[in-house]
Structures are given as structure tokens and as C-alpha cells.
Write a new protein. Sequence first.
Length: 345
Amino acid sequence: MKKLLTTTALAAVFISGSAIAQTTITGDVRIGYKAIETSAGSNHGANRGFGQETQINIQTKGKLNNGLDFAMGMSLEGDANNAPASDENTYVDFISGNTTISISRDHIQRSDSDRSAAQLVGYAASEIPAGFMPTATTDSSNLFQGNIGAAPGQAWGIAALQKTDLGTFSINYVPVNAAPGNSESYANTAHTAGKAAYEVGFVGNIGVKGLNVSAFKNSEEQLAGKTAKREATNYGANYNFGAVTVGANKKDHKGSGSLSTTAEITEKQYAIAYALTPTLTLGARLDKADGGGTTAQAEIKSVQLGYNLGAISVIAGVAEVENILGSTATNQDGKVGFVQLRGAF
């Protein structure tokens, strides 16, 4: 009888909760085509083809019986031919006014996932050379990285966010910066793949209309067998005045992707965008990266066009890539052309 009563009470909580909650289902579809031509070397030639990314977001929000607001949700994402997985944007948020406590993964504002104040139109710096890499070298070895340093936003943690008139401040703590699906029973006590990490951040206009400022710092406890910690800073700003937006960003990071924890990489990014019409924007970017004992500066010059059709937008662009691994060796230069459809529902 005790078990029956407990189950019945629990069911009542879910029934009464759903009556005051608002649930929505949204999603997005990205279909891209990329053409790559590399310089002379073992991988010389042209490569072209389609790629895809899809995501379904299930979200609900409402009010708890203690007076607090809440929000929770999950996303199903499928990349390329991979089966959809519920490992993105999973969260439970407790909200009181301008303060949010979040138990989540891949949810709150953060420095990773290609955040850049110079990201004004289309592809990010790490996305342009993807698939471009020389033979036996992975995309995670190039100097431009989407997830930098400790990148704790990719793991499960507890975060606090505070909205103010200047912007939103955040702090995120991750007890195990690895194995997001099973860290509750994580058996690797040496934690060679990930240890405790944190990230503090700010995003806002600091009271200036048209200005957007972002600043983040993350760090992780030193991993077993490593000589330095994975850590990063990421800060920048963009400003819109009329039809023109300009932006600049700087990233300093160690241990990103497959890069060594002792190899500190500095990325500098500059961009300008011009709204030709309310739905058509032209942008130009210059991305530079060096450090980590490399002998040459990696550089990406790109021109991108964004066309907003409402539910669907089109991104098209061309880029020139030089010294992508920080060396003037053959097969590190080339050209990239791309077109992508982005749809939301």
C-alpha cells in the first residue's frame, strides 16, 4: 500500500504540473554544400559534397507550487549520418526574477561552440576549413577551434545567471568535465579525460544601444599525465550603427581539440557586415591564429552573404585558407566555397 500511495502522489504532481506548464516543440535543419581545393601535396585536389545537421527542441516552462518559475527541456540532434542523440541543450532551470539556477549541459551562455563577437554572417572560423585538413590530420588539430580550453559548457554542471541592466553575468561549475552521459557513475577515479572545471562569463550591451560585449574565462584542474591545465579566455565586441556592423574578438586557449595543453594559441578575428537590404547582408572576415610553437601564422580570409527568406535563410561564401596548421609546409593552403540552407520551425 505504501508503494501504491507514493506512486499515486507522484503521478498527481506530474498531472497538476502539466496543467500550468507551457510546452513547445521547435527545430532546425541545416543542409550545406562545400567545395574545397587544396594546394600541392599528398592530399592535393578537389573535394566537394553535402553535409547536414538537424535538431529538435522540446521545452516546457511554468510555475512551481512554491512560487518559483521553472523551465526544462532537451534537444535531439543528428549530425551527418549519426542517429539523433539527446545530448544537447538538456536542462532544468529554477528562476526567481532575474536570477536563474540551471542544472544543465550545452544550455547557458558560454565561450565554446564558436562564440565570437566577430561572427556576424554565416560560417565561423573553425567551420570553414572543416574537411580541408591534410592526410592523417584531423580538424581538431588546426589552430582555429570552436570549443576552446576546458570548454565546460559541453559537460553537465550547475550554473547561476544574473540579469542586470548592463547584461547577463554567469558562472558554471562542472564536477567532471567529460563523459556527459554517465558522469554520475564515472569510474575513472584518475579522471584522465576530464576533471572539475569552471567558466565565468558576461554578455550584454553595458548600457550602450547597438553595442554587444562578451567576455569569458574557463579553466580545468590539471589532468593526470599533463603538464598544464586546459584553459581559455574569450572576449570581444561588435557595434551596429545603421546598416553597418563591425566586430572584433580575441581568444587565448590551451588544450583545445587535440592541441597540447602547453600550446597556447591566440586567435584574432575582425569582421564587418553591411545590410544591403532588410533581408540581405554582406560580410567580410579576417581570422588569424598563431602560437603553440608553430612557425607561421594561420589565416582565413572570407566573404559571406546571408539572405533571410523567413523560415529559411541562405548562407553563401568563399574563403582563402593559409598555413592552417601554423606551418608553410605543402597542403596547408587552399580555397573553400560553401552554400548552406538554414531552416527553422
